[in-house]
Design a protein around this ligand. Structure first.
Ligand code: SF4
Length: 202
């Protein structure tokens, strides 16, 4: 078993956050390996499996983050709540970084996060904790029935939680107009675009 001060990292890079509440903001991304959700339309399937050579120490990660100009770190996956994030998040907070997580909310969060982006998936049910922690609910629309499914989740989050609808990238021609129309009729929602894909940045 790996020491707790190591985490499996698929990739890490400095870029702009492309989607959701922090869209457009410079952010250092730490994409942890491992996912047990299994979305059929997943665009990072290579993150699902963990290999022994992917482990980095918290110290190594902090060194990489420090070499960027960032004040904001996004922990994503994969499914990052599969891992104990206490040491990483404590270390990042000690250095003054603001931290966001992107999660399907399927495991208890082990760590201290400033912004919890909850993106539920149909392929594995979220746990109740995710609704209480969510600062941002981001629902990917890949089927007409997903609008009703999004409302079911929106009914369970805190009133302060920001609500986003985002089209599945491959189906945007079909669903972008539907999302725009839906939001005009249901103004509590906002649209989230994967602007990093338009900009062709990671
Ligand atoms: Fe892919 Fe994320 Fe779904 Fe996991 S939760 S399968 S990483 S889209």
């Amino acid at each position: 078993m790996k020491q707790s001060a190591q985490l499996p990292v698929m990739e890490h890079f400095y870029t702009l956050q492309g989607e959701g509440k922090h869209s457009g903001r410079a952010a250092y991304f730490i994409r942890l390996a491992g996912c047990d959700v299994g979305c059929v339309w997943c665009d990072v399937k290579e993150s699902w499996d963990i290999s022994p050579d992917q482990y980095l120490t918290i110290k190594q990660l902090l060194t990489e983050v420090a070499q960027s100009n960032t004040d904001f770190v996004v922990i994503t996956g994969g499914e990052p709540t599969m891992h104990n994030l206490k040491e990483l998040t404590n270390a990042l907070h000690t250095k003054g970084y603001e931290i966001a997580i992107e999660t399907a909310g399927v495991h208890r969060l082990n760590g201290h996060i400033d912004w919890y982006c909850f993106s539920p998936k149909k392929f594995k049910a979220p746990i109740e904790e995710a609704y209480a922690l969510a600062n941002e609910l981001k629902v990917v629309i890949a089927h007409p029935s997903d609008f009703e499914w999004a409302e079911q989740h929106a009914a369970k989050v805190q009133s302060s939680c920001v609500l986003y609808l985002q089209t599945e990238w491959e189906k945007q021609e079909r669903f972008l107009p539907q999302i725009i129309d839906y939001i005009k009729r249901n103004k509590k929602w906002k649209i989230s675009l994967q602007t990093h894909k338009y900009m062709q940045i990671p």
